[in-house]
Design a protein around this ligand. Structure first.
Ligand SMILES: Cc1cc2nc3c(=O)[nH]c(=O)nc-3n(C[C@H](O)[C@H](O)[C@H](O)COP(=O)(O)O)c2cc1C
Length: 157
């Protein structure tokens, strides 16, 4: 019995997720991508994983830099989620950021920033899984942005 792409998408879209923008810097190049494929892996050492399509410009830059930041978006940042889900070249224009310890842009107003160094990586199908050892974190209060069945929604705090 085989599962079609449509069947799989229909089922997995019922898994409620938070929304992040993964950012990275390599030299003068900065990139960012909206991503829900983000999971905590282990506390010792603090490690998370992100899965990026290898066709993504951010994925290619992340492979070069070996470092990235996870920006956990708040409910009032849906516009950023939509912007970073495009391939427009000026995604950071007008977006307030600061530079983190890895040099990756940290998006102002995000609920959390987790900066990581790539500790392992593996390709599966079209995607690359990056394991990131967390080097630095910062948190803020607020309502999170959620994603369920293809739609964004503000979640309770
Ligand atoms: C809600 C949402 C979640 C997404 N999650 C991921 C993800 O986890 N990994 C991924 O590779 N692309 C994901 N995407 C698609 C990318 O954001 C999109 O392909 C983007 O244009 C890639 O930009 P880039 O090529 O500049 O890196 C998601 C899109 C949306 C709207």
């Amino acid at each position: 019995m085989s599962v079609t792409e449509t069947d799989y998408r229909d089922a997995i879209s019922r898994f409620l997720s938070g929304v992040t923008v993964i950012t990275t810097r390599h030299g003068s190049e900065i990139q960012g991508i909206t991503a829900t494929a983000v999971t905590s892996v282990t506390l010792q050492p603090p490690t998370l994983l992100v899965c990026l399509n290898r066709q993504s410009a951010t994925c290619r830059t992340l492979i070069e830099s070996g470092q990235f930041a996870v920006n956990v978006l708040g409910a009032n940042q849906q516009d950023l989620a939509q912007r970073f889900a495009t391939k427009q070249p000026d995604k950071f224009a007008g977006v307030p950021t600061t530079a983190g310890v890895t040099g990756a842009p940290l998006i102002t107003g995000a609920l959390a920033h987790l900066e990581c160094r790539v500790s392992a990586q593996n390709d599966v199908g079209t995607h690359r899984i990056f394991f990131g050892e967390v080097l630095s974190v910062a948190v803020a209060e607020g309502r999170p942005l959620g994603y369920f069945r293809g739609k964004f929604s503000a979640l309770p705090p």
